[in-house]
Design a protein around this ligand. Structure first.
Ligand code: FAD
Length: 470
């Protein structure tokens, strides 16, 4: 065994996937340290603790973690029940992290600032693969590692509100009116929304969750108004597969949202790309720029930016990463999850080979591995870390025997018109889904095939203003 192999594997993040990695490392007899920035296991999940997930317990428990918990006499929850984020932490992640065999290897309040190779910057090649990783914490402590499994998620780096991927004009100045995704509308944050007008921007599960809570609030608190803004021309993808969804809770989310919109309890604005925000007398004016160059304004009290998340690769800036330019995932994984290409978010099973970077021994897993794709499920991450840890243990046969069994969304189709509504204009027709072993991962897949009302510069007479203008 080389000296490198005497060092621990460092896992960054004690979320569901980081802890699953710990379970597999323990089972394989590899030494490890989990570094968690928060003060508890599942620190990010805790922040959306009031949200009920749509995948039942049986998809949310890692098999290796389950084996260790069972040995310790853990009583498993009803595998068909749907936990809230808080229950996921209290009934699974926390008891797992407290196991005497695991606990000594977990450190809290340990935020990783950077990862490099000891004595080597990104430029140096000679001896690289036999040189330990150097993991630096924000307090300056440095830890050496034989490999790094980065399961730090994306919760800390939400997307901006502005339409171009850049902040909208005035977004910073309007920060006091802006909410991170998934505020606790019916609980701790109720007072900020009761009797006020809230705009929710976004078309994924987070937006749907917040909209449903706001609609419930509006039923009991007079003066509460709800507006939902999406960039695409149709909400069809957010409404999802309804009864055809293999996860009924996921299907019901979209169906309930549709009922509120149809009944006028939620006002829907389509083709809504936020251009500018202007605070004005205790409220905020949201300006939308339309395809024909005209502006429209909505004045609201609060804005919930449920516009998704992006990975922060800056901690690995001194490592040799090969990232797909679109997704910010590895190049091998990106085409499997790119919502521009997949009408249903189908993802074939994938593991260590698809997650590898030129920097041998560094793997981004879990939510972070998906880059900007919005369709990640815990079960996907559990299989990723099983495969990665098997490879680190030298068991390449197990590492490459990748299996994935995910519930279907019921929204897979190869007919873009169905997903975009009647105004589907000339968006490219996504190829019919190739039959494969993988199953659909979320209702947001295919969202990007919906046409946006693009903004054109100096639109000449006769130009349509963005959708197939040439
Ligand atoms: C509201 C919501 C509902 C979801 N519902 C489902 C569902 O029903 N089913 C499903 O399968 N998936 C669901 N997901 C998607 C996904 O499975 C979860 O987000 C899951 O928590 C991802 O796990 P993770 O371990 O990859 O990341 P996270 O849970 O985000 O954990 C990352 C951890 O890393 C820590 N960290 C971050 N940066 C650093 C650093 N620099 N140093 C040290 N530690 C750091 C964080 O504090 C955090 O504890 C949902 C996500 C959200 C947001």
């Amino acid at each position: 065994m080389s000296a490198l192999n005497n060092l621990p594997v460092v896992v960054i993040g004690a979320g569901p996937v980081g802890l699953a990695a710990a379970a597999h490392l323990h089972e394989r007899g590899l030494s490890f340290t989990v570094l968690e920035a928060g003060d508890t296991a599942g620190a990010a999940v805790k922040q959306w603790g009031h949200v009920r997930v749509f995948s039942p317990w049986r998809y949310n428990i890692d098999p290796a973690a389950r084996r260790l918990l069972d040995e310790a006499g853990w009583v498993a929850p009803d595998l068909e029940a749907l936990p809230t984020g808080a229950e996921l932490v209290a009934d699974y992640l926390q008891p797992f992290a407290e196991l005497p065999r695991l606990k000594p290897h977990l450190r809290y309040g340990a935020r990783v600032e950077a990862v490099s190779r000891l004595g080597l910057d990104r430029l140096r090649t000679a001896g690289r693969e036999s040189t330990p990783f150097l993991v630096r914490l924000t307090d300056g402590e440095e830890i050496l590692a034989r490999a790094v499994i980065d399961a730090s998620g994306t919760w800390g780096t939400p997307n901006v509100l502005g339409a171009s991927g850049l902040p909208a004009r005035g977004e910073e100045q309007a920060a006091a009116f802006l909410e991170h995704a998934l505020p606790d509308v019916l609980g701790a944050d109720r007072a900020r929304f009761a009797g006020r007008h809230t705009l929710v921007a976004g078309a994924g599960h987070s937006a749907a969750n917040t909209l449903l809570s706001l609609a419930e609030l509006a039923a009991s608190e007079s003066g509460t108004e709800v507006t939902w803004a999406i960039r695409s021309a149709s909400p069809a993808r957010t409404y999802g597969g309804g009864d055809a969804d293999a996860l009924p809770a996921r299907g019901a989310l979209g169906s309930r949202l549709r009922e509120h919109v149809d009944a006028g309890r939620i006002r829907l604005l389509t083709g809504f790309s936020v251009h500018a925000l202007t605070p004005n007398k205790g409220r905020v004016t949201v300006v939308v720029r339309h395809a024909d160059g005209t502006d429209e304004q909505v004045v609201v009290d609060r804005i919930v930016a449920a516009t998704g998340f992006r990975p922060d690769h800056s901690i690995a800036a001194e490592l040799r990463l090969d990232l797909d330019p679109v997704m910010g995932a590895t190049r091998a994984l990106a085409p499997l999850i790119d919502p521009n290409e997949h009408s249903c978010g189908t993802v074939p099973p994938h593991g260590v080979d698809e997650l590898a970077h030129p920097e041998a021994g560094y793997y981004a897993v879990g939510m972070k591995s998906y880059g900007r794709a919005p369709t990640f499920l815990m079960a996907t991450g559990y299989e990723q870390v099983r495969s990665v840890v098997a490879a680190l243990a030298g068991d390449w046969q197990a590492a490459r025997d990748v299996q994935l069994d995910l519930p279907e969304t019921g929204v897979c189709n190869s007919n873009p018109a169905e997903s975009t509504g009647s105004d589907s204009c000339c968006s490219p027709t996504p190829a019919a889904q190739a039959p494969g072993k993988g199953l659909a991962t979320g209702i947001s897949g295919g969202l990007l095939s919906a046409p946006l009302n693009l903004i054109t510069l100096d639109a000449a007479p006769g130009q349509t203003g963005g959708c197939c203008g040439s």
